[in-house]
Design a protein around this ligand. Sequence first.
Ligand code: PA5
Length: 337
Amino acid sequence: MSGTLKNHHANRQMEAWLNSLSGQITEALATGRQFAKRHPFAAIRKVLFYGMGGSAIGGDVLRAVMADRSGVLFSVYRQGRWSRWADEDTLVIFSSYSGNTWEMIDVFHKAARSRVRLLVVTSGGRLAEIAQAANVPCLKIPSGMPPRCALGYLTFSLLPVMEKVGGFKIPAGELKELLAVLQKAPKALAKRLAVKLKDRSIHLYTVSGFMEPAAARWRAEIAENAKMLASHHLLPEMFHNEIEGWQYPRWAVKRSAAVFLTDKEDAPVLRRKIRAAMQLIHKAGALAVEVPSKGKSRLARLFSLISVGDWTSYELALRNGADPVAIPAISAIKRVS
Ligand code: PA5
């Protein structure tokens, strides 16, 4: 297949996967509810979520939900080292879409020797096999897509488990609103943003708290889909250090963009500080743009930002002539043992 034809095929595939997010959520909630009914999760006080890349971001979302609605401690570990604090009150989740990520397999073996409760979410691979052999509950999700495109499956199949562990229930109306927000892909906004952000290095900022996962997701999607470097940092911390960095090298600053992912619940003082920071960044010769969340509930607003980021990364890939599906560098590093 010629390069352009190959990209054309990859582009169509990526569009279909991006469009599948709301369908994934509906399906995953049904799977997760059945799974949660079959497995007791009493007396869990801590959740330790292991995952890498596209399989970790769902952990960030669930951490935000748990912090918002329960007193259960929730940590996301993006590494293969076993944690000393996991004990009998801890549920340890291993999230790996392929089921073949070595960090997950490595740490699973260590965890299986301890007395903690384990749970695996995967589409198959080695992790599914070793979970079955060790009698560990395994939430199986459909295979055949890039892990980062399976965000709906990876996150929402676990939500009913988290509801049980955390002793809360997301109202049906909120889930309905979330699906409604995702039904309409933000293609026009994504195109406008991609025109502005093309050929720039991108720095994402969001207020610490519920919307945090959006900035991490944008950074990862821009790298994996558009093959561009991006960074993310949190507010107000950024006002105490990184804001000074918007000066040198001047040529780099002029070719950079600051993207502020904002939310209606951002404190008024933070909104004023964001305005001030945007002015400083603009004065330094860079681009500063704001992308506000949309929707009523926090979950819908978070996913509105995630969706704009996913589509913007796709639009950037188109403009870069990059294949949004292929990840040759990630695969090359995975082959290094
Ligand atoms: O999106 C991707 O392809 C990566 O970020 C993967 O998620 C990451 O490499 C981990 O692989 P897996 O999700 O299969 O565990």
